[in-house]
Design a protein around this ligand. Sequence first.
Ligand code: GDP
Ligand code: IMO
Ligand code: MG
Length: 424
Amino acid sequence: MSNTIIVGAQWGDEGKGKIVDYLTEHADVVVRAQGGNNAGHTVIHDGQTYILHLVPSGILWPDKRCVIGNGVVLDPVALLGEIDKLAAQGIEVTPEKLAISDRAHLTLPYHPKLDANRESVRGGKKIGTTGRGIGPTYADKVERSGFRLADYQDPVALAEKLAAKVVEANLILDAAGVEPLDLEAVGNALNAALERLAPFTRDTAALLHREIKSGARLLFEGAQGTYLDIDHGTYPFVTSSNTTAGGACTGSGVSPRAIDHVTCVAKAYTTRVGAGPFITENQAFSDRMHGMGREFGATTGRKRRCGWFDAVLVAHACRLNGADGLAVTNLDGLDGIETIKICTGYRLRGELHDVPPARVEDWEAAEPVYEELPGWPDTPTAGAPEIGSLPTAARSYLDRLAELCETPIELVGVGPDRSETLVV
Ligand code: GDP
Ligand code: IMO
Ligand code: MG
């Protein structure tokens, strides 16, 4: 396998973690390049469940290297908690296995508080963020007042800047009636965390350039999904980074010229967690999924909203990301359904559209145009050993998705375990 970018084609939680874990066997370095611990990537194998938030999923393979790139925002205390949890599950995260960019921006204790405060003043227009401080951290980065891991090298300047930022944050929190932060406690916790992270901290762009030169195969693990992208998503109901394929390059320092392959991951239906437009959302379908114990968020435990596959969205995502192929996960989630719907167009003010609109108001006003396909109510796909053993109706459904998205299907998921991945 050559240098490959894996990105979500919907609103996140498409099963990227599982696909990255599966493909890591044929990679040398697994790279996260955007997002933060808003991500929750589930990997299941050998009866163990791992949920990765900041650490690339490749960490579960003993002989692979992992990189957290410059485009990631990282909460140092949360990252250490994750490293300790992995150690308790028998996965050692050492500086030899994990390198963290010295340019990565830090999520500090005031960021989640400001995140929560901004949500509360939005009233009925909440984004439904994960509450991890992602928006405020990226806002500081873009506004040029953020902290990077490299700042640890000058503790005096860091302390001065931290004092000013805590004063600024406390003014906002105080006005909102939220308990202010204690500068000393924040500083002490930060220093302790940065000291532990120092051996992991590197110029990861330079490291990746050396890896590429030596012939290593890179696998980029996207976080969130195309419609949570700050530019291409359902703005303002999005996250604060570029979740599309380009984000893998800017967030790692690897040139687009070094990328050989892009795979978009999409569920065989659609889910979304948090607020915002969702044209194919269907309450009965959501209830069915939750009744089966499926579709609860890996980071916040919230119920995911569920609906039919939206081919307008995924086809456009394939174009935005330059997808060479699709990985369709959770096909088994459609087992037992008599008739399956696929959205093939949006009707907005009497006109038919085949690309998503710019304005949230238009997303909300648009009506889905569906085509119906027969399901496979009597023959489950769950645990199918190979693509050839899928029921004919399931094969036809996949063929139709590929046709509508103008992208071949490379992988199909029929269960959450690493082994439940079928190669097409
Ligand atoms: P990610 O954020 O894109 O990595 O996805 P999440 O891990 O948040 O959510 C995907 C959910 O679907 C997790 O619970 C996975 O274990 C599960 N999953 C992934 N692929 C499949 C599949 O093909 N079938 C089933 N049944 N579950 C899957
Ligand atoms: P993975 O990598 C699903 C959603 C939140 C909210 C919006 C903004 O597991 O696919 P944020 O905390 O980023 O400011 O929240 O984005 N969101 C996700 N939804 N999967 C994710 O990551 C998500 N990361 C953020 O629910 O709607
Ligand atoms: Mg997830």
